[in-house]
Ligand binder design. Sequence first.
Ligand SMILES: Nc1ncnc2c1ncn2[C@@H]1O[C@H](COP(=O)(O)OS(=O)(=O)O)[C@@H](OP(=O)(O)O)[C@H]1O
Length: 521
Amino acid sequence: MGRLSPAASTASSDASSAGETVLVIPTARPGHKRADEALPFSPRPPRAAAADAPAEPAERPEAAPVPAPAPVPARAALPRLHLSHEHPAVLAALSGATISSGRLELRGRRSWVHNYVLMPLALPLLGVLFLAALVAAFVPALMVWPAQLLARRLYWACPFLPHAWQGPIRAEWGWLGSTLLRLQFEGAHCITVVGRLLTLPMRPHLPNFYIAGFPKCGTTSLAAYLKLHPDLCGIAGMPGHEALGKESHFMGGLLGRGSAATSAALYRSFFPTVMTRWWCEVVRGARRWQCFDATPTYACLPYIPARVKALTPDAKVIFMIREPTAAVFSAESMLRGMGVPLTWSLARPLPGSVVAGRRGGYVDVEMGPQDGNDLLRGDPGHDAFWSSLAELPADADLPAELPQRFYTNAHSYIKGAQYADRLADWARHLPPENLLVVDFKRFVESPEAVVREVLAFVGADGDRYRFQRLPPGMATDYKGAKMDPSVRRAVGARWFAATNAALAEMIGTDLGWTAAIGARQ
Ligand SMILES: Nc1ncnc2c1ncn2[C@@H]1O[C@H](COP(=O)(O)OS(=O)(=O)O)[C@@H](OP(=O)(O)O)[C@H]1O
């Protein structure tokens, strides 16, 4: 510690003449530590300070050697400032002092920027920094854990998603890029789910109708067309995500496979808030506001009709249908494009087929010989599993292996495209006037006419609908792959001929699928 030195008085006098008080204090030196001593601090007004200092030399003494601290007359009335010479640099930084030639100089007057801008801002700035540190410490802890938990459930319900991170996305973006994208996706999903749950009291709606399927039959496009009507809202989906922006997967176990998959309260979290409804009614002029869920797998899974009836007994259900092998091939191509390893392919010739000299599709790219789960042979184990799903009570837990078996087995897609059987499941639970079948081919050719029929079916006023053509939703990049014509014929005849005929009888129209052989249908 040191006392105010004569040098301090000198500097003070110099500065006084320039209009500021300067205290010059020798900085710490080994052997000069006297922690018990205090430095009298006299922030005198500049002029007065100059007047009171009787014996001050006119000029500042040389910096070295440092003069021994001289005693200063005690001033009981003045506050005493304790300075630690052990940390002169810290002191200088805090006080705005400078260290010059081994001495610490305290300047009593700073610029107006310092006094009126920097200093008043310092405290709020420190507060902001403190809050930022808190956020940096706690938000990851509060976000990462829920995000991981919810992502685990999402990946259980949609087990094809993780393949995309490890396969094509990693190949394109590298390890770091794909990891960051994955964290961003999981974080966005978490924010969406938590946001929905936190606003649950404002979400009293269950769907008035469903676009229940079938997968790869244009459900995304139909949903987008319907959302153009002021009366109609889809689910409160994940922003910016084409599929999760329109399909809830709630009954597929997105929030859990136990009671969370049957709770009406939790299901309500997916649908718009009263504010959204108010906006539609007051601003967009909706007269008969309705919301809908467009989860295409609902049409395939035989336990879903019972749950739809339990949760929404008056709901209407729309099914889009497409030539079955084309729909299965579209699903296969989508999954394969996401990096999902499948043991089957409609692009690969069946065993015994002549393939000499033919290249194309996935045949030479990533598929080995057609094995195991043969497309024509069938899978009795899967059939039994499927039948057990049809018996599942509406409030029962979903089987733990359900999504994995559903998404990887070729026979899930085959069963999912046996439309007559699936529609019969639905007709057992809901009245036929609540079910509408839409032909994908006709929808592609004349979307406006089809959309207007759908509007009439759900009870929305067609006169208030302004049609505008939209780009196809969920278009698949086939990467040049084509269905093998022999597979198409064989699979069509083996699995779909009978159900296509039954469908024609059911809807009163033969869509000509049995004869169809070609590219997309
Ligand atoms: N307007 C229009 N014209 C032509 N084709 C269209 C249109 N809308 C959707 N599609 C095709 O429908 C397929 C996607 O169907 P989904 O949206 O039901 O897919 S999903 O089940 O939701 O994943 C997907 O088919 P593929 O490209 O053959 O896979 C889309 O391209």
